[in-house]
Design a protein around this ligand. Sequence first.
Ligand SMILES: Nc1ncnc2c1ncn2[C@@H]1O[C@H](COP(=O)(O)OP(=O)(O)OP(=O)(O)O)[C@@H](O)[C@H]1O
Ligand SMILES: [Mg+2]
Length: 370
Amino acid sequence: MATVSIQKLAKYYKDIQAIENISLDIQDKEFLTILGPSGCGKTTLLRLIAGLEVPSNGDILIDGNSVLEVPIRERDIAMVFQRYSLYNHMTVYDNLAFPLKMRKVSEQDTKRRVKNAAELLGLDKLLDRKPGKLSGGEQQRVALGRAIVREPKVFLMDEPLTFLDPKLRTQMRVEIKTLQRRLGVTTIYVTHDQSEAMIMSDRIALLKNGVLQQVGTPDEIYEKPSNTFVAGFLGSPAINLLDCSYVEKGGKTFLDLEFFKLDITDQKDIMNKKRNGSELILGIRPEDISLAHEKSADTIESEVYVIEPLGSESNIIVKLPTYKAFKFGMHDVVNVKVNAGMNVKIGDKVRLKFNKHNIHIFKKSGEIIL
Ligand SMILES: Nc1ncnc2c1ncn2[C@@H]1O[C@H](COP(=O)(O)OP(=O)(O)OP(=O)(O)O)[C@@H](O)[C@H]1O
Ligand SMILES: [Mg+2]
């Protein structure tokens, strides 16, 4: 049993603020992923928890007790790094046994633990080999095995799949997740890959510039992003973020997108309470725009610009009529997700329909309104 509680944690390197006032509670047996772009502070946060860095402020509690004064070795935490740093001159068995030797675990106990880990990870037939004669995936399993034999309270993993090829990566994601479930060890996993985070995590904590943006289940974060950064980070192809103005006219309320006015009269009360100013950002995911068959007042005339096949679906990049002022990404286009096999070609005139029930509306500053 292990809970990890991060309380008002901060880390500065001279004038660089790597981690800024982060509070986060990780539950027993939970798989929590720290997600964010390069340089946002993910590794720093893990190193602070492991005891490899000293915080500038704040506290870290494991099972309710502060560990700041506890030396690294006694924190009962095992870390798996991006580079597995296996000992190349030692066999797989010795690599697995090494952390136990360092902790003066008896030989009998070591044998038992190594055997268990090797069985769990399918390494039992490779115990006499040296790392140089293993595939990337096997080496990664040895690195995981070294963490497992310690039977720690908490696993910390820093982008452990980065150097694997895409196919192996997909396979190892499932293996790590399954293993974590079976062992029931509280795990904090770092990645900058949003799809990896979505697939593996019980909850995701999204960081930007050392600041925690949002914590929640993958579904919560995807469906209710707290700001435009979060909305843009999760989902592929990315959400469409369109500049717009709030307009009230003839008893109705609209988001004016220059080329189209989206009727949001039924959401008027919330908008009046929460927005400040009339300049807003409309967020709509590619799967919430569809191609309409017939011309009607609530569809937008546009043209197919690029088609990106994604397997069972395709992303169509569609050029909008007269729109220039995009806040993010490319100009005057939107991503639309359609089923593969839909008969469209580059240059086709199409009509877009926005699913009004699944839109997100943000303040100009990026903060969510609705
Ligand atoms: N020892 C250090 N001295 C000075 N600055 C550091 C040190 N370690 C990290 N930083 C800075 O702190 C910030 C966060 O770095 P960190 O390595 O935690 O990012 P990250 O999210 O793990 O990035 P990546 O995805 O590239 O691994 C960066 O601006 C980095 O340059
Ligand atoms: Mg890192």
